[in-house]
Ligand binder design. Sequence first.
Ligand code: HMG
Ligand code: MG
Length: 307
Amino acid sequence: DLPPRVRIHEVGARDGLQNEKATVPTEVKAEFIHRLAAAGLTTIEATSFVHPKWVPQLADAEDLFPLLGDLRETQGTHLPVLVPNARGLDRALALGARRVAVFASATESFAKANLNRTVDEALAMFEPVVARAKAAESAHDQVHVRGYLSMCFGDPWEGAVPIAQVARVCRALIDMGCDELSLGDTIGVATPGHVQELLATLNEQGMPTHRIGVHFHDTYGQALSNTLAALQHGVTTVDASAGGLGGCPFAKSATGNLATEDLVWMLHGLGIETGVDLGRLTATSVWMAGQLGRPSPSRTVRALSHQ
Ligand code: HMG
Ligand code: MG
């Protein structure tokens, strides 16, 4: 059975732009995010409060976030931001962020490359972050926490990643208090059978499917098939990036995320609601491609814009 509605977690402004060689001006990022909201996206990951030397592309987080105040206040758009540690959470909370994401790894190699920590040291770094975000008494006053988990399928240094290893870190993130998980295929090597196997295992271990999202990169062109497999297993939150922007500077073989347009084309074709206006979204990605000086890799963007 497929769900009647899917919530798209748009990551173009964060996962997409963190990987661009050229630094995109802050005003252009703000306009990008406003256009994404106008196209009907309601959860738009805005930026990261990480070390500016690690990700210089997002070093303007303090300047960008305040430019998005209108979206949060008048439209209720969710604008999650990445925070790796207490310092990141301080920076995000100081600007009024209400949704944050920590980002763990299923493999030691990527934990080291991305966070300069072992897997367990990274979990220990996140624990007080999540605890502080959830400290308020009423759910309304708590900060919503997403727990990303990278390298859930394959790792560029370690190869195929054992499902038990992935399940262990998922459990740790849920037990820590994360409201939702996002299972990352950071380098885009997953295939649908592997997705089904992982989700079946998480189900068997009592992990709540309605709190699990999927995050596919499209390196081998499997992201849509993988998404369909995940929807068949009860997943209703799907990460995607407008125009297929993206990758990860700390994992060489990573390419762009599943393009939001490709996802919307498939979902609407299946009669699944997203709230997204595909024409407006495509126009946004064409505009962004112009800003970046290269065409969008999304097949749907190319088809609809006759590029
Ligand atoms: P570290 O070098 O171990 O840092 O990096 P540290 O904890 O030793 O601190 C060193 C200095 O950095 C200190 O300053 C801190 O204050 C400062 P000093 O006292 O020396 O002057 N510092 C900070 N400054 C600003 N903001 C901060 C911050 N933290 C420390 N938040 C660290 C550890 C975690 C900071 C670093 O490794 C880092 O920033 N990593 C971020 C990497 C990243 O952003 N990767 C991309 C996102 S993950 C991804 O793309 C995957 C995903 O899409 C899912 C998927 O596809 O799988 C989510
Ligand atoms: Mg990613």
